[in-house]
Design a protein around this ligand. Sequence first.
Ligand code: BYC
Length: 466
Amino acid sequence: MELHERIPNNVNLSGDKKLQRALEKWLPNYLDWWREMGPEGFQQKDVWLRTAVSVESDGWAHFDYVKMPDYRWGIFLKPAERDARVGFGDNYGQPVYQEVPGEFRNALRRIIVTQGDTEPASVEQQRRLGQTCPSLYDLRNLFQVNVEEGRHLWAMVYLLHGYFGRDGRDEADALLERRSGNPDKPRILEAFNQPCDDWLNFFCFTMFTDRDGKYQLSALAESGFEPLARTCQFMLTEEAHHLFVGETGVGRVVRRTAQLMKDDEDVRRVGGIPFDIIQRYINYWFSYSLDLFGGEISSNAADFFAAGLKGRYQEQKKYTEHLIREDSFTLTVIEDGHLAERVVPMRNALNEVLRGEYVRDCERALERWNKYIADEGVSHGLRLPSTRFHRHVGEYAGHSFDLEGNIIPAEEFESRRDEWLPTAEDRLYVQSLMKPVTEPGKIANWIAPPATGIKGKPFEFEYVRL
Ligand code: BYC
């Protein structure tokens, strides 16, 4: 690894002067973007961060105090496998693509741009959260997630610069120009334009939206375009911590609410977040994140699979048949205003197949949270809404459903919206609890402390020097 170059990397960047120059030109623009849109107010603070020092699965990271603008953003790919082959689709068994095949160029660029766009978007969404952190431990985790999303942007920009010539460079510039939530230049996918301005939103985002990242990156980690596959394989190593932050973050809020309920059934009176608000936040982020998988029936998904660009979750590990030309999949669709079953070719249903993996993963987290509630002796159950509820993309968009997935008139949805989705009042209430707690070892009242600290350090450790 060339860790001490201006752009740390393990792709022998110094051996490709043209690419190195292009990326060195992009670097100051990236840093300008980071200063403008990165975490507000903490740029000069020492943060105890993990930095990549190798791409091996053991011991890849080093922990130390770093100021965020000095973070080692760089280009790290998992090492290449010898004699790697395209693992699925019409070119199954052919040597992997080392360059972009002409006929797939647009599709591939679009996938990489879409993936790349989410990374800076999430940093933009989260930029003010530091000012209301519930503890130094949480503040540090927020910044860890932020710098790694920044590095994931680098990963996609490397592919655009390295493999797509002029239009790749233009796309890389555009990634720094779009802005989350800006109506004139919004981010590409809608979940990344939603405000993420309190910590319950942040934990739900890292739980549900980052988890889409896990599944999309896993599908791309199977790609026959080898530089993309190797890039995503390493990104997944970093991603696991983001999901941990989300799942345990919501879990700690849930646990604390259950604890406070033992003092007072109305947890608002004792400064907790009531379960009905938590449930509405879950409904909101789960449904927006489901949209990120694309339409239930998608010719794009079929084309990406046929071309060997985007596989299924754990394509090599879980499946033995990689062509899926003959298989079919039964979906629930809407016909004449009613739910009906439709059989479609499996390749066209691959977004839905990936979404199904995701939903099962989310269900597992819900079970864990419900166990925390039961452990406190409180009787309450949180749940996921139906995958049809509150959708803006795919088969169910444009129709209204209740939490169970029953089709209902639009007026009924509107009249029950406040029961199901966060209200302005919910958001104000959650905001009212967001007072910063920055003394080492202290934590806000609305959330339980974590079970352990980071990398063997105690919760009381000074994770950020303010
Ligand atoms: N919003 O065939 P369809 C992460 C468009 S998160 C807006 O159903 P397809 C992270 C679509 O473009 C992971 N538009 O969908 C998390 C198409 O337009 P055209 C991000 C949408 O293409 C937290 C039309 O609707 N990575 O890493 O099969 C923090 C029909 O589309 C949306 C990726 O997404 C939407 N939600 O699938 C940080 C991977 N969905 O062709 C990071 C790359 C669809 O009619 N992206 N449309 O003009 C993809 O693989 C695919 O583009 C999608 C969509 C899965 C997103």
